[in-house]
Design a protein. Structure first.
Length: 161
């Protein structure tokens, strides 16, 4: 993961690392599911997108970064593309970001019930992928710490000098 370009273009900044709290993202997804009953599918899309946005921001903060600037949502997705997450999901929600903007800022309604259901399903996949990413990152980080503690370097015992 290399975020130097995004840092130099002032699209992200370094912040203190925080723990990932996906509870609110899952809560948004549950709310979006209930929203399917209202026939307000564009609002369902917006809430499912908010779940993805929360999870993405949580991941950024976990890694020690934050999206900044006028286009901070767009910058978040540029960041997520650099993390190695599922590129199809990242690109999909970047497109949903644009649809959400059309709904919120231009009053353009464009989401069917079927598409809203797909968006919710993909939001669940996305949040789960972030959960898995964080777990793997923690596990790998703990292995590295244990190796350093044992004096191992690159999988080999450090040689006495």
């Amino acid at each position: 993961m290399n975020f130097e370009r995004l840092l130099s273009e002032q699209k992200i900044e370094i912040v203190e690392k925080t723990e990932v709290e996906l509870r609110l993202a899952w809560k948004d997804i549950e709310f979006a599911k209930k929203g399917l009953e209202t026939d307000n599918y564009d609002r369902v899309m917006a809430v499912a997108y908010e779940a993805v946005l929360r999870a993405g921001n949580d991941l950024m903060n976990f890694l020690g970064y934050r999206a900044i600037g006028k286009e901070h949502h767009k910058n978040l997705f540029e960041f997520l593309k650099e993390t190695g997450l599922n590129q199809n999901l990242v690109s999909y929600f970047d497109k949903i970001r644009q649809k959400r903007n059309n709904f919120l800022y231009r009053d353009i309604e464009c989401i069917s019930k079927e598409e809203a259901e797909i968006i919710i399903k993909k939001a669940e996949e996305f949040v789960q992928e972030i959960r898995t990413f964080v777990h793997k990152n923690r596990t790998d980080g703990n292995k590295d710490k244990a190796k350093k503690k044992k004096g191992e370097i690159n999988g080999e015992k450090a040689k006495d000098e």
